[in-house]
Write a new protein. Structure first.
Length: 222
């Protein structure tokens, strides 16, 4: 007979909390976030004054924009945006999720703040039952010394103390393909355009001929 004390409860997975939170969908969102940060790092210019703060702001904006553009383009029918402000909240088939950069095991107080619209949307997604009380879903983007993404973790947290309900490292994010290359024309800058020599206007050509003739006439008089 098995001792009840020896039974370890199975860790809860995202789709245990809501069927919309599938591995495929969460992985797609995590990859968009990672690509946004990769793009920001690629544009960093320390000589021009970029530092950890400016790169971090750009990375957040780029990652947010990746999700927003994918939702607007209909790339993922289940992806939406609830709040486009700096409190950015996106939707996975109606379930609200936010993201942050930092240690998944130590979310900050700011991370644990929940906007009213987010709480209302989650209550709606969960059918208005008590399970939504104080619950929030987050994607933690963990980074290395150079700012590169090392791991993305899906978190389900509850209450101001941030009690962990679900801790699920998203697979396959770090090895995800790089950002899609843009068309050559979109990347070309002003200095990339080949120079073009315009023909001299007729008046300029005539003026040059007159000056040459005058020089020859004066030379003949010497």
């Amino acid at each position: 007979m098995t001792n009840k004390a020896d039974v370890v409860p199975r860790a809860r997975l995202p789709w245990d909390l809501h069927p919309a939170l599938t591995e495929e969908r969460i992985t797609a969102c995590a990859r968009l976030l990672a690509r946004g940060r990769t793009d920001a790092l690629a544009m960093a210019d320390s000589w021009a004054g970029d530092d950890a703060w400016s790169i971090g702001c750009r990375a957040y904006s780029f990652s947010r924009n990746r999700l927003r553009r994918a939702a607007e383009a209909g790339r993922y029918p289940w992806l939406g945006v609830l709040d486009e402000t700096h409190h950015f909240v996106f939707l996975i088939d109606g379930v609200p999720v936010r993201f942050f950069r930092g240690d998944a095991e130590e979310p900050s107080k700011r991370t644990l703040r929940q906007q009213e619209s987010e709480a209302q949307q989650l209550a709606l997604a969960l059918g208005g039952n008590d399970a939504a009380e104080g619950l929030m879903f987050r994607l933690a983007v963990e980074t290395g010394e150079e700012g590169e993404v090392t791991r993305v973790v899906f978190l389900a947290l509850r209450g101001e103390e941030g009690r962990v309900v679900c801790f699920w490292p998203v697979p396959g994010v770090v090895d995800a393909p790089a950002a899609e290359p843009q068309p050559r024309g979109a990347r070309a800058g002003r200095n990339d355009v080949p120079s073009m020599q315009l023909p001299l206007p007729a008046t300029a050509s005539t003026s040059r001929q007159r000056r040459a003739a005058e020089v020859e006439r004066l030379a003949a008089l010497r």
